[in-house]
Design a protein around this ligand. Structure first.
Ligand code: ADP
Ligand code: MG
Length: 226
């Protein structure tokens, strides 16, 4: 019975998502169609720009959706968490620098091993660091801290000095297509929360509008059986 329940719940989520996708893609398509009508007599460069940017938007939405839609061939292997995080921080450093953001890393001496799908987990850290950088329009510091949590778990804390999230908007985080950005898709956190859930972990958020945001990802650590 449990399995059937979970399956129907998944279908309900898929249905909701499909409705959201249809809506998000129809809007730019309607705009493109309208402007194409106007270009019948020859392409106007202004219309060309609008059409191209609406097509870019569709492309971005589709490419992010493909990440969720990918057959979940999740393969969990034992990885040292510090290595995974270090790799992502190095990857994001140039984007951070371009935005006057520095990333401060605080890793524990003790090696922390977790069962994970490395690429999916990297995707989560990339999404979150990207959000932090985008929230810090006038630069600042992001701190990434890893610390053992007494409950056979580990906390990865990402703290930024960005614009923060008002209390009444916190519940919207992770909802498909919730975005406050002109060029956002509102899919990054939904994908990230899904990945962390598949890893038996959870995410919590603390934020103060105007001061910054703290995302805490909690994951189980690999036990003695390994
Ligand atoms: P996107 O980045 O495409 O908007 P996300 O799912 O990654 O989609 O994030 C959804 C929304 O959550 C963002 O548009 C933003 O309003 C808010 N948000 C996420 N992370 C942060 C952060 N670190 N600081 C401030 N707001 C954030
Ligand atoms: Mg994002």
């Amino acid at each position: 019975a449990r399995e059937i329940y979970e399956r129907s719940e998944k279908l309900a989520v898929a249905g909701e998502l499909a409705a959201g996708i249809a809506h998000e893609i129809r809007n730019p398509l309607t705009a493109i169609k309208g402007f194409l009508q106007l270009t019948k007599k020859g392409i106007n460069p202004d219309y060309y720009e609008i059409i191209a940017s609406e097509m870019d938007r569709i492309e971005l939405i589709i490419s992010e959706l493909l990440m969720v839609a990918k057959p979940q061939r999740t393969s969990f292997v034992l990885e040292k968490l510090q290595d995974v995080v270090l790799h992502v921080v190095k990857l994001m450093e140039s984007q951070a620098n371009l935005n006057n953001v520095s990333i401060e890393l605080n890793l524990p001496q003790e090696e922390i091993w977790i069962h994970c799908d490395e690429n999916q987990l990297k995707q989560v850290f990339i999404n979150m660091l990207k959000n932090s950088i985008e929230a810090m329009q006038s630069g600042g510091t992001i701190s990434v801290q890893i610390s053992r949590n007494p409950a056979s778990a580990v906390d990865i804390v990402i703290r930024d000095e960005g614009l923060g999230i008002p209390d009444d908007k916190i519940a919207n985080l992770g909802q498909p297509f919730y975005t406050t950005k002109d060029k956002g898709t509102g899919l990054g956190l939904m994908i990230s929360y899904n990945i962390i859930r598949n890893h038996q972990g959870h995410v919590s958020v603390q934020s103060r509008a105007g001061e910054g945001t703290v995302f805490t990802i909690t994951l189980p650590v690999a036990g003695d059986e390994d």
